[in-house]
Design a protein around this ligand. Structure first.
Ligand code: NAD
Length: 243
């Protein structure tokens, strides 16, 4: 049976995309909640909460989901590494899909980035460039953060290797650094480029989103999938069977 869905952050760009994609797909939305609405009251009629709101709301969403035994899909980004660690430990107490990006194309980009980093090795300088609309509140994007995590894992580097933009007398680039550059402007839905540059050649993996419906449809697919899973934290690779 189709799960009953509650959207948290319903008046935002993603909240509205979720409501219209759910309608197109014939899915049942039983609650649309935004800041200052009562999430705990609204959740009674739902099987799963889909949250695309603010990183400050995630703890309250998880508390409600755990207390009421509801599944949850977290799409919100912008958590600090420390707070994300604590929230993931909490999220494991209920069936939860947590993903910085719900698009199928981007999830394939994650897999291709891992493969490229492994095959090309540290002689190929890795840089990530992302661009989003002028309204985005956090940087780098959750997707760029995941791409960087993959590169760091493959290169056996820590977050200390990251260079957020460069300015001034930086010295020559070393193999033990990974650059990240966040561009903001206009109405760009989301673009990510992973670059591997060596002496004599450069490989670029590029993903461009032109409609936030891709994230909404992925999150709805995750919601349908997660309601029949045991408690634990899953990602889009689990939902898509890419593992
Ligand atoms: P937005 O600013 O358009 O909408 C956010 C909405 O959340 C607003 O209506 C706001 O009033 C509401 N909100 C704020 N605090 C709240 C609270 N405590 N409880 C309930 N609602 C609250 O932003 P957006 O573009 O829709 O993005 C929302 C989040 O989703 C951001 O973190 C963004 O980075 C993320 N996002 C993730 C993906 C993905 O695939 N994972 C894709 C797009 C956006």
């Amino acid at each position: 049976m189709a799960p009953r869905i509650l959207i948290n952050g319903a008046r935002g760009r993603m909240g509205q995309a979720l409501a219209s994609s759910a309608k197109e797909l014939g899915l049942v939305v039983t609650g649309e909640v935004d800041a200052s609405d009562d999430l705990a009251a609204a959740v009674a009629n739902a099987d799963v909460i889909i949250d695309f709101s603010s990183h400050q709301a995630t703890k309250a969403v998880l508390d409600v989901a755990i207390a009421r035994k509801k599944a949850v899909v977290i799409g919100t980004t912008g958590h600090s590494a420390e707070s994300k660690k604590e929230l993931l430990a909490l999220a494991a107490r209920t069936p939860c899909v947590w993903a910085g990006n719900f698009s199928v194309g981007v999830n394939l980009l994650f897999a291709l980035t891992r493969r490229a980093a492994r095959v090309l090795g540290s002689d190929y300088d890795a840089e990530v460039v992302e661009m989003h609309h002028r309204f985005k509140k956090d940087a780098p994007s959750g997707t760029a953060t995941r791409l960087l995590e993959i590169i760091l894992e493959e290169r056996k580097l820590t977050a200390a290797a990251l260079r957020h933009g460069r300015a001034g007398i930086t010295g020559e680039r070393t193999a033990a650094e990974v650059g990240i550059h966040a561009l903001r402007g206009g109405d760009v839905v989301g673009e990510h480029t992973v670059m591997f540059a060596a002496l004599g050649e450069r490989l670029e993996l590029v993903h461009k989103a032109s409609d936030r419906g891709i994230y909404a449809r992925g999150a709805l697919r995750a919601a349908e999938w997660v309601v029949s899973q045991p408690s634990g934290v899953y990602d889009m690779q689990d939902v898509l069977g890419l593992k």
